[in-house]
Design a protein. Structure first.
Length: 546
């Protein structure tokens, strides 16, 4: 999924910085430029990170391995550009890849492979000054051609998560080895954050698309070593990485796919893995008495949503009626799901956007549990015998116990007479079907707070050309287009507020639960800081071994 400009409570500095860009003033510091900052955490307002261990963290690299048990790597792309899909962004895209503009652990945007950038008076041409002395994983020198090739590569329709980016970009020009200009067809405020991670262009030209995907070469803090499909992916610390503070102090990082949570917990307890990602309340309780294991938590990191796919297609469907969708929301006792299934690790979302989303309207409260009103709405719509299929993945990083959550939702729907078939699939198969729009009825997806703080990113789910879109609505498309052009945060916020109200009124999604991200770490881990609002595995450049 592509990153975008994140609106924040720092609106004054944001507006000032963007006005500077409109005058063509250089952006020497990426955090100030474009005011690319996210609020501390979606929800509680406290520090979402528990630091592990005390005393000095060893800085000399050791010849040891760290294994992380993850619920899924989704489509399992090793390529940092293809890995822009959903939950692969952080464990893969930002491990193997390094973007021009990256996010830090507080989710603020800071310089990556670009040191400064400026935009033309018409808001269409962004010129980037690139970092000197950067090495790619094959030892080649990073330059503007690596940026150009990566951008041109995603014009291939197969790069579905870059479809909007590719459509907006007009041309890429290499000005000199360390300067590149990217021109869009219309003003594109978030282009610096949307540029795909540069790849080693000479290597890519030599091996071709097919072989590059098997063994990618980029410029991230970890380099790709090997992959066992449906089992694991192994990365190695890149000791020539440009940012010395993000070079790990261990040699090998293995991402082990363990879909079953109890198996991840058991693997941690026996020392087969060093970190277990995606810990549920039940597992947390199980681990509380183990002094060798510690939990770290990121608050309100994600939301689990039910979305109604039929709104994407031209055929008639009961799910195209907003009152039917509203009825399906009213029928679900979300507070009971939060209390019984998530036991203090989850809460009911107030509305269809996150509290940290720019333009979120706190006056829009969660629809209550009202099965009687739900039945009435369905009867008034002539849909008392409504039936459809709810398709989902059997596991996902973003939503712990996603299958149990979906089963609970279906159970409430059946209580009001709605007949729903549950179709549970492997994540890779399921997500591939979602992005190719091969599913009908309803689906389940997790939304990360880190990404959704920028209202523009709701286009992923609700824009006609979004990678995971479930809606074709011209009114929403106009809102997303207006936000994409808005260099002034105040203008963007006004449109975002309108969008949030529209999504709420239309009930295009049923926000079931807001969840914390929880890891359990073993005795080999000295320190691991989480990224604010991120439910996915990684990024791992903050991880330190003992």
């Amino acid at each position: 999924m592509s990153k975008s400009l994140l609106g924040t409570h720092r609106a004054v500095s944001a507006s000032r910085s963007l006005r500077h860009h409109q005058r063509g003033i250089r952006a020497v510091t990426g955090a100030a430029a474009l005011a690319l900052v996210l609020a501390a955490c979606g929800g509680g307002g406290g520090d979402p990170v528990d630091e592990l261990g005390e005393g000095d963290i060893p800085e000399v690299a050791k010849n040891q391995s760290i294994t992380v048990g993850v619920a899924t790597l989704q489509q399992q792309y090793a390529d940092p550009v293809l890995a822009n899909e959903g939950g692969n962004t952080y464990p893969i895209k930002w491990s193997v890849g390094e973007p021009l503009v990256r996010q830090d652990l507080d989710a603020s945007f800071v310089p990556g492979l670009a040191t400064e950038w400026e935009v033309s008076e018409d808001g269409k041409t962004w010129t980037f000054k690139l970092r000197e002395g950067v090495k790619m994983h094959d030892g080649s020198d990073f330059d503007a051609e690596d940026v150009k090739v990566s951008i041109e590569r995603v014009s291939d329709p197969e790069f579905t998560s870059y479809a909007t980016f590719a459509e907006r970009v007009d041309k890429v020009e290499v000005i000199d080895p360390l300067t590149v200009a990217v021109t869009s067809k219309e003003p594109y405020a978030t282009l610096p954050m949307d540029v795909p991670a540069p790849i080693a262009s000479d290597y890519f030209a030599k091996v071709g698309e097919k072989e590059f995907r098997k063994a990618p070469v980029a410029a991230g803090p970890f380099k790709f070593v090997s992959q066992k499909f449906n089992d694991s992916m192994t990365l190695e610390s890149f000791k020539d990485f440009w940012d010395k503070e993000r070079i790990s102090n261990f040699k090998t990082l293995t991402l082990k796919i363990i879909p079953d949570e109890s198996s991840r917990v058991a693997g941690l307890q026996t020392g087969q893995i060093d970190i277990a990602q995606g810990i549920s309340p039940n597992s947390a309780s199980q681990l509380e008495g183990d002094e060798s294991i510690r939990l770290i938590k990121g608050e309100a990191a994600s939301q689990g949503h039910v979305l109604f796919m039929d709104n994407y297609f031209p055929e008639d469907s009961p799910l195209k009626d907003p009152n039917v969708r509203k009825a399906l929301t009213l029928a679900v006792d979300r507070q009971s799901i939060a209390d019984s299934l998530y036991k203090g690790f989850g809460s009911v979302p107030a509305n269809n956007t996150f509290p940290v989303t720019l333009g979120n309207d706190p006056s829009l409260k969660a629809l209550p549990y009202d099965p009687a009103e739900a039945k009435k709405l369905l009867a008034d719509a002539g849909e008392s015998d409504l039936s459809f299929t709810l398709t989902l993945y059997n596991t996902t990083t973003a939503v712990t116990d996603v299958q149990k959550m979906a089963e609970a939702v279906v159970g409430y729907w059946k209580e009001i007479g709605v007949n729903v078939k549950l179709d549970v699939q492997d994540p890779a198969t399921y997500l591939d079907s979602v992005v190719k729009h091969q599913l009908k009825g309803a689906i389940v997806l997790g939304m990360p707070g880190l990404l959704m703080a920028d209202p523009q990113n709701y286009q992923i789910f609700f824009g006609s050309d979004g990678g995971y879109t479930t809606v074709k609505d011209p009114k929403l498309d106009t809102m997303f287009a207006d936000m994409a052009k808005a260099l002034d945060p105040a203008e963007k916020e006004a449109v975002a507020k309108e969008m949030g109200k529209y999504l709420y009124d239309q009930s295009y999604s049923l926000p079931v639960i807001s969840l914390d991200a929880v890891y359990a770490v073993g005795p080999k881990i000295a320190d691991f800081k989480l990224m604010s609002g991120n439910p996915y595995a990684g990024p791992f450049w903050s991880l330190r071994a003992k």
